[in-house]
Every structure is written in C-alpha cells, then in structure tokens.
Design a protein around this ligand. Structure first.
Ligand code: ZN
Ligand code: ZN
Length: 406
C-alpha cells in the first residue's frame, strides 16, 4: 500500500563535525547508542542533505523554510516577522515586525538590556497596548522572559529601518533611521513608540514594585530585526496537505505559523535537553490522525551544540532514540528524519556542513545503510540532495506528485 501521511522529524542542529574520541573520529550522533534510529535507517534509504546549499550555515528559521520547500532567499525578511508569529501575533502580509526586549533605562542610558531577565511582563505589555497611541495600528505582545514582539500595520510602511537597540549596556537608545526610501514613516513611528512606552512603563506599578525590591525596572523597549512580511503561500495551498507542527522553539513555531501550519503545543516541551520527547512523539502521532503532514522539531540537540557539550548532545540522542521506539512499525506513513543544520560542538555554532537524512516507509528503495549518522548516511542510496528536494521526494512517495510530460 502507498503511504498517505508524512512525518518530518527535525533533530535541530543534530548533525556535527567529527572530534577524535578514543582514537576515532566520532560525532555525538555516531557515538550515541541509537538502536531505533538505526532500524529506521536499515529499513529506509539514507543520504546527505544541503539544507540551503553547500557551505551555507542555515539559521533554524531559514533552514526550516527550506525543508518546507520555500526559498528562504525570497521569503525570509529578517527575524522580526518570525518572532512575532512565534509569540502568537497573527502577522499579515505587509506588516512590519520587530523583535523587542524589555530593558532598564537610567539617566538616559540603558544599564541592563534584559531588565534583570524579568519574567512578569504581562501587565507591562498590556499597559503599552492600551496607553500608547500611534499613527498606525500596532500590536505589542510579550513573549518568553524579557522578550516581546511589535507589529505595525498600515499603509506606507517599509521594513528597512535601523535598530533602536544599542546592543550593549551603558549606551543610549538609538534613534531609528530609514535605511531605504519608503521606510521613513516606519522609523518615525518607531521612535514615537519608544518614547511613549518609556513614559507608560516608568510610572507602572510593576516597576515601582521592582524598584522597591532593588530589582532593575523594565522601563524601556529596545527593538531590532525589523522586517516586512512578504506574501507566503499557505502550506496547504502549495501542497494540498493539511499540516501541523509539534515544536517548542519560538523560531520554528514562527516559521510554521507564517506558512499556516497548525501549531500543537506539548506539555513539558522546553526546547532544551530536559524536554519531554516522549510526549512530543505522542503528540506528533496523534496529530497525524487528523493531518496529512506533521513536522516535529526537537531542539535540545542544537542547545547542546551551542553549549559545546559533546556528551550532553550524545546523551540527548539516546533519549530521543528511546522515544522513537514508537515510530517502528508506524503504518501508512513516510517518515523523514534529518536536521535543519549542523551545530558543531567544536565551534558552538551552526556550520554549512550537510546533514544526514533517512527516509522510511513502504515503497522506499532501501539501501545497505544500517546506522543513522553523518558517516554512514554519506554512503546511502539517496546520495546528496538539497533541502528544497525534500518535499517533492516526500510528495512522490505518497503518490501526490504530478507527472512532468506525457
Ligand atoms: Zn536549528
Ligand atoms: Zn542554533
């Protein structure tokens, strides 16, 4: 039987560069005990993938866009719109969006860009939303910790303005300026927003309370990552698939939202190595019942890579692998397991190396690979593909590709 459903599993930053371990070149994935991943590799077809193109280190946002078959060079306009969508704002085409921080302003200077990593920002955000008045419609929403997102909606707005965030403590808030013609109005309104929000926040009871306790006040908003949301074809229109995403990372949720995938939240999913992977797998399997396509992102592997922690990354793979036992014998489904980029533990950041990929399901031409890692997948039958080839491959395996020619 030809499978009908697609499960795309992204082990975020899961690929790595080798280190010498006991006289052998190993990566966290190759040195981990991953019985279930290896069974999937044995039964499926493996290969390597350049998520964007060879040598280009993708961000999680541009990487996921590419895996979903969108051209990041066309649809990616900066982190603002993605973060705003991730924070739960319904960002629309033409909206200008910014990433924001609550910060501490004293004597005209920013003394803490994160306002003591404040968490209780709900009332402050509400006050801004209610008491700031601008020449355009705007939405201001808190996100995790000291972070927030801001969206301007209206005519004559451009997305090319400079950040007001001085990016280091001890500096004044920068006046935002237009970088291109057509963005002057945006810069002007943004400066107005920043000024008004200082007035609103400074007299807010939450800040008076914080000052009494000797905590840094959250009395200013810093903005960066301005971008205008372009036209992005809905995932369902593009592929005829009803899609969902199971993820905890803000950027991945944001990408999924702008492509209009249904977001399924998971209790205990943290985006770190302490995440509840079992619950995520359970949610992904449940979501497959009423969706044709499910993207499950597991973020902790990237975190361990940024932390330069080989053992933590390896151990997390072993935990993931345990949870993947439930994927064995999954019927009517093509499973693709891959990463959105390499996050090298040696470097502590993303690199442009290709990532391993395994595709499993009925009808897949299996190869001789029986271990899922960077070294073995490089010898697999899928060869080397690009991120943009993935969706067509999965559509074909579920019999949804249209014949080209007669
Ligand atoms: Zn990533
Ligand atoms: Zn990362």
């Amino acid at each position: 039987m030809i499978p009908d459903k697609i499960l795309l599993i992204v082990l975020d930053g899961g690929a790595d560069r080798p280190l010498m371990i006991d006289g052998r070149e190993e990566t966290p994935l190759s040195s981990a005990k991953t019985e279930n991943l290896d069974i999937l590799a044995e039964e499926g077809i493996s290969g390597m993938m350049d998520v964007i193109s060879p040598g280009i280190p993708p961000g999680s946002d541009t990487g996921h866009l590419s895996l979903l078959g969108y051209d990041p060079y066309k649809v990616y306009t900066g982190r603002g719109p993605i973060e705003a969508a991730g924070a739960g704002i319904d960002v629309k085409r033409g909206d200008v969006a910014f990433r924001c921080n609550f910060a501490t302003l004293e004597d005209g200077k920013i003394i803490d860009r994160r306002a003591g990593r404040i968490r209780e920002t709900e009332e402050l955000a509400k006050a801004i939303d209610e008491e700031v008045h601008l020449d355009v419609d705007f939405i201001f929403k808190r996100s995790t910790g000291h972070r927030a997102a801001l969206v301007f909606r209206g005519d004559g707005l451009g997305g090319d303005v400079t950040a007001s965030d001085p990016k280091e403590d001890g500096m004044q808030i920068k006046e935002s300026k237009a970088l291109k013609k057509g963005s002057e109005k945006t810069a002007e309104i943004l400066n107005d927003f920043i000024e008004q929000s200082i007035r609103v926040l400074s007299k807010h009871p939450v800040n008076e309370e914080r000052a009494k306790k000797g905590l840094p006040r959250a009395n200013a908003i810093l903005t960066r990552g301005a971008g205008i949301l372009p036209e992005i074809e809905r995932f369902e229109e593009r592929y005829g698939l009803k899609g969902a995403v199971v993820a905890a990372a803000g950027l991945v949720i944001g990408i999924s939202r702008i492509c209009r995938l249904d977001f399924v939240s998971t209790e205990g999913a943290t985006g770190g190595t302490d995440s509840n992977v079992n619950k995520k797998v359970e949610n992904a399997l449940r979501s497959l019942k009423n969706h044709d396509f499910v993207l499950m992102n597991i973020k902790g592997t990237d975190e361990a890579g940024h932390d330069k922690n080989f053992a933590k990354k390896r151990e997390f793979f072993e935990r993931i692998d345990e949870a993947f036992e439930r994927l064995l014998g999954l019927e009517d489904t093509v499973i693709a397991i891959t990463a959105d980029h390499t996050t090298s533990v040696a470097i502590g950041d993303h690199t442009g190396d290709p990532v391993p990929i395994c595709i499993h399901g009925e009808g897949v031409r299996s190869d001789s690979i029986n271990k899922f890692d960077e070294f073995n997948c490089a010898k697999g039958g899928l060869g080397r593909i690009r991120g943009r080839d993935l969706m067509p491959t999965l559509l074909d395996l579920t019999n949804r590709s249209k014949k080209f020619g007669a």
